[in-house]
Design a protein around this ligand. Structure first.
Ligand code: SAM
Length: 359
């Protein structure tokens, strides 16, 4: 039987609304590049606390070309990142934007968020190819904006929550760390979390591991610079094979869902943890059902997941591809299959869920 397609009625107003929404989206996409540019050229830092500046003044302070700076400032003003005073022709970075764009110690610090977004977009032609074949793209195959952006994106959240919120939320763990515990930080990347814990708990010893050699080399440099290299050892190992045993605490920050074989990793954690030890898993905030994640945070995470996390997992053996919005039930299932019997949500922020997993 032949199907006769009914003509679909187009609502012209809705169509125009969508087109204008797209103008906003394209402006935001381009602005990601402009934020990274402003960060790398020091434009925001030069504006912070400086009061109203003319383009030529900002260009002079940053050693940049006035014509580019003027155009960049107008784009920033149109997007509400800076304000513009038509009478004086000067631009001001409001104090709240100054904190978010220039203060790396603030939990609201944003440049890393934009940098990893731009890095993901720059690497996206390879994802177009991978999506045709189902192949993966490993974390190690990404450019520096993904790797450095990731470190800069996550570190403010760890600074704000890890020592004061997440670790104390785990049963008895902070006390063990105070006394002196053995900790494995798996999938540690550039080692922000490892170093932060080592600084807070000088009696404890830390082993950071990641399968990506370049990340581990950076982590070692960071530990030297932070003066904790005597208590922190970094090794290039996948989560299924990091060395050592009898750990009091194993941590995984935003990496379990990136792994090809998270169940295999769970089994290795089970085998290397003390019987009374704790596995802390930090994952992106997500509900169990798709419809719970259809919000701005879920949108950003599903997008990162399409360009980074899912291809990372598919590039490894098993290729389970949990995705960055796996949700608590799926993560619990992975830990139970890996041999753990206790699982609870110990803490949460608008961006992360923190799980306590025990044998
Ligand atoms: C999103 S990054 C998070 C890095 C770090 N934990 C942080 O919070 O900054 C994910 C990390 O997982 C690592 N990774 C992915 N698969 C892995 C595996 N099978 N074993 C160990 N590390 C892995 C990547 O190399 C990358 O450093």
């Amino acid at each position: 039987m032949t199907t006769i397609e009914q003509p679909v009625e187009i609502d012209a107003d809705k169509l125009m609304q969508f087109v204008f929404r797209a103008v906003d989206e394209v402006g935001a996409t381009l602005n990601s590049a402009l934020v990274v540019l402003g960060d790398k050229l020091g434009l925001y830092r030069a504006m912070a606390g400086a009061g109203p500046l003319a383009p030529a003044e900002l260009a002079e302070r940053t050693g940049t070309a006035e014509r580019y700076v003027r155009e960049w400032l107008n784009a920033q003003a149109a997007g509400g990142f800076v304000t513009y005073d038509p009478d004086s022709g000067r631009y001001t970075l409001p104090p709240e934007q100054a904190v978010a764009l220039t203060d790396p110690d603030s939990p609201a610090y944003l440049p890393g968020f934009f940098q990893i977004a731009i890095g993901s977009v720059l690497d996206s032609p390879r994802i177009i190819e991978a999506a045709r074949t189902g192949a993966g793209l490993g974390w190690h195959e990404h450019g520096p904006d993904v790797l450095d952006g990731c470190e800069r994106f996550f570190r403010p959240g760890y600074n704000a929550n890890l020592i004061t919120g997440w670790l104390p939320a785990l049963d008895g763990v902070a006390a063990k760390l105070e006394r002196g515990a053995l900790v494995a930080d798996v999938g540690c990347g550039h080692g922000s979390s490892t170093i932060l814990m080592a600084q807070a708990y000088p009696n404890s010893t830390f082993v950071g591991s990641d399968y990506h050699r370049g990340s581990i080399e950076t982590a070692r440099q960071r530990a030297e610079a932070a003066g904790v290299a005597d208590r922190v050892r970094f090794e290039v190992e996948p989560a299924s094979a990091y060395t050592g045993r009898d750990y009091d605490l194993v941590t995984m920050f935003d990496c379990l869902h990136d792994m090809g074989d998270p169940v295999g990793a769970a089994r290795h954690v089970r085998g290397t943890l003390k019987p009374d030890g704790t596995w802390m898993i930090v994952e992106p905030r997500a509900g169990d059902r798709v419809e719970e994640n259809l919000n701005p945070v879920g949108r950003a995470y599903y997008s990162f997941s399409t360009l980074l996390c899912t291809p990372a997992s598919l590039s490894q053996s098993v290729g389970l591809a949990l995705g960055a919005q796996a949700g608590q039930a799926r993560i619990e299932d992975v830990t139970a299959t890996g041999g753990f019997s206790r699982f609870r949500r110990a803490a949460e922020t608008p961006f992360n869920l923190v799980y306590e997993v025990r044998p």
